[in-house]
Write a new protein. Structure first.
Length: 332
């Protein structure tokens, strides 16, 4: 069973029969039990103006039958069927039959409008309407209940912008108003309790935030002092470190492999409790090569750069494997 069936609590079917004396109404109260539609109550000669408003708190389906309703079996594409369907003075329903025929049931639209307005004036929430020919509507009542419980009572139908969707929404609101109000009161009470806990938590977080801010200010002050020491210890170079490393690396020819590239290395070792050794304003390039000519070409390339004009060849030795080990020094 759809949850909306439990909330709206059944269905009211108003069977309106047209006769010589006007409309006669029979009211059916339908419920869905174990997947089957059952008639819980039947009231004959029911009057829409009855003071019992319990029937107005449930969705209502209008079933119309009697003299106002005409039924005809004809070919589906016949002129008669097309004329009835396209005529705005009639409201019609078609049911396909075997052999390409259709059972066409129709009535005057004006009579339908007046009947529906009469029921809506008495605040019956009409969510669907059906018409049938004949003098007995019991089968059509069961069909209306089955159609409502299986297809009509859906969220899509509820949210659809139509008179039927508005009627369902109004009924649902009236049923849920009190539970929702109670839930809202419970929510407000819980919210007040949670807000008190949150206020305490906010105060604690604010104290932690104040401590973190003091720590951040202390770190920032120490960072500033470190920058001052760094500036005094190693004055800025006319060229960025990345620029120097990139230009030296791009000048390495084939046959030469660098083993050390140091920019402003320390002039001594770091020792605990002793002053920092000053940084030498130079670049140290060490490496290996298979020939001395490659080392000479590498040195000439570096001398052609703006910062390498004062390049010095510190050493050029040959190891046991006949490789040339060299060291270059570039004052900055």
């Amino acid at each position: 069973m759809h949850p909306l069936c439990r909330i709206l609590n059944g269905l009211t079917v108003i069977a309106a029969a047209s006769g010589d004396g006007g409309w006669e109404y029979t009211l059916f109260a339908l419920v869905l039990r174990r997947g089957r539609v059952r008639i819980k109550k039947r009231i004959r000669n029911f009057q829409p103006g009855d003071r019992n408003r319990g029937w107005r708190n449930r969705p209502a389906v209008l079933v119309i039958y009697g003299r106002e309703v005409v039924s005809r079996i004809c070919p589906d594409k016949s002129d008669f069927a097309v004329r009835i369907r396209e005529n705005k003075e009639f409201i019609s329903f078609g049911e396909l039959q075997e052999g390409g025929t259709v059972k066409l049931t129709f009535m005057r639209r004006e009579a339908y409008r007046l009947l529906r307005n009469r029921l809506e004036e008495e605040h019956f929430p009409i969510v669907a309407a059906r018409i049938c020919a004949g003098s007995d509507c019991t089968e059509e009542v069961y069909a209306a209940g089955k159609e409502y419980f299986t297809n009509d009572l859906t969220l899509r139908r509820l949210l659809k912008p139509s008179a039927e969707g508005s009627a369902l929404a109004s009924l649902l609101f009236s049923r849920l108003a009190l539970p929702v109000l109670g839930s809202a009161l419970v929510f407000l009470g819980a919210n007040r309790w949670v807000c008190g806990r949150l206020e305490q938590d906010v105060q604690r977080r604010q104290a932690e935030l104040g401590t973190l801010r003091q720590s951040a200010l202390l770190r920032e002050r120490r960072h500033t002092e470190w920058k001052q020491v760094e500036t005094e210890y190693a004055p800025p170079l006319p060229y960025p470190y990345a620029f120097l490393a990139d230009r030296i690396a791009s000048a390495v020819p084939d046959g030469v492999m660098l083993t050390v590239l140091g920019i402003r290395p320390l002039s001594g070792r770091l020792q605990f409790g002793k002053p920092l050794p000053p940084a030498d304003p130079k670049a140290i390039v060490r490496g290996e090569s298979v020939s001395s000519a490659s080392v000479a070409g590498f040195a000439d390339t570096l001398k052609s750069l703006d910062f390498g004009r004062r390049l010095n060849l510190v050493s050029l030795d040959r190891d046991r494997e006949s490789r040339y080990v060299f060291e270059l020094e570039i004052p900055l």
